[in-house]
Design a protein around this ligand. Sequence first.
Ligand code: SF4
Ligand code: ZN
Length: 420
Amino acid sequence: IKIKVTELPIPVAFASAFEGEIIRRGDMQVEFSSHKAPTCELVQTCNADDIEDHKITIIGKDLDELEQGQTFALATYVQVAGAKMQPDFEPVIERKIHAWYNYMEGVMHTGQRNQIRVRVSKAAYEAGLRLTHFAEVLYNMIMDEFDIVVDKCQVTIVTDTDKVQELLDTVAMPTYEKRDERLETLTDESVDQFYTCTLCQSFAPSHCCVVTPERLGLCGAVSWLDAKATKELNPTGPCQPISKEGCEDEVKGIYPDVNRMVAEATQGALEKVTLYSIMEDPMTSCGCFECICGIEPFSNGVIIANREYAGMTPLGMTFGELASMTGGGVQTPGFMGHGRHFIASKKFMSAEGGFERIVWMPKELKDDVAERLNKSAKEKYGIDNFTDMIADETVATDEESLMAFLQEKNHPVLGLDPIM
Ligand code: SF4
Ligand code: ZN
């Protein structure tokens, strides 16, 4: 991912290097936080006639009028217009606010939407940093990175508590809700194109992700909407559309154009990819996988380990050891890298019977996906509280204790056909 050196009209430095900067309470001039006051961040598509390019408005007190050391309300409201702008691109631009605010030296930002926290350091304040500069950063960065879809952009920053609350209730929340509904209905069936992603070819030259609404990039950072926006912003770039026409097998996920596009993107290194199988032509992995799924031969199931998990898995391998077998852009039947989000999809390993095969996950991962996975398990298999049947490191890190746990819970995998 390229970081352009941008000359911005602000009194502090601006660089990706400041992203990890921590500002302690004692060093902060002020804080804006959803824990104590209303907050929101929103990018919204408007008619070109309704907005004025580069108009910056601050509603409420600016940094020099807010009491030092206190916590306040904050809304960042960006309105954009453009012939090629689509509401689908709003969250893609909006998510960048987090990075761009953080790139300012002396500014710390966490969260998104209506759950955020922003801290401004005393040093940045003394250097002259004000909210107008926050708006300038957004305007300039949006016009720099999204100029293909954005023709006009205006930025409003609000610190007046009542005005933030009003914007939150009348504009931001209804927009978030509408987007969530759209994401819910965004399934692999509901779209007519998938996308390639070849960003990781810089270090895994024969790797190509196939990004679908349900199977986002294995790094977890490239959703189908991101891939769609990338194609629009950079027409000859890493994300190219794949037609779903002529599907040969819906359960396994075999599409002629997936094979054609993957072969093209990898210069023939890879000729076939089956989207929903871990055994038959599984998708390759570069190395950025959030999770690795591997077959557990005793139970006929699979285990999933996430990158953050440092312990042992019942396969006798750690995440790092699994990663060394799975990465590098080659197909390794029996192992696959994937994002967290894919786990609760009804397409997950559907060629081998689906997520009913999951027998083990680290507890943190299991808790993270539980709500969605349990809902899918109820819908697909009629199973209640499926994650209670899945073992974790607190009950099993070897195959004997794993099998004992599965038998005690009567895990459905015990009634399935052999996976190999
Ligand atoms: Fe793209 Fe896949 Fe790399 Fe993510 S892991 S950046 S989706 S190629
Ligand atoms: Zn990668």
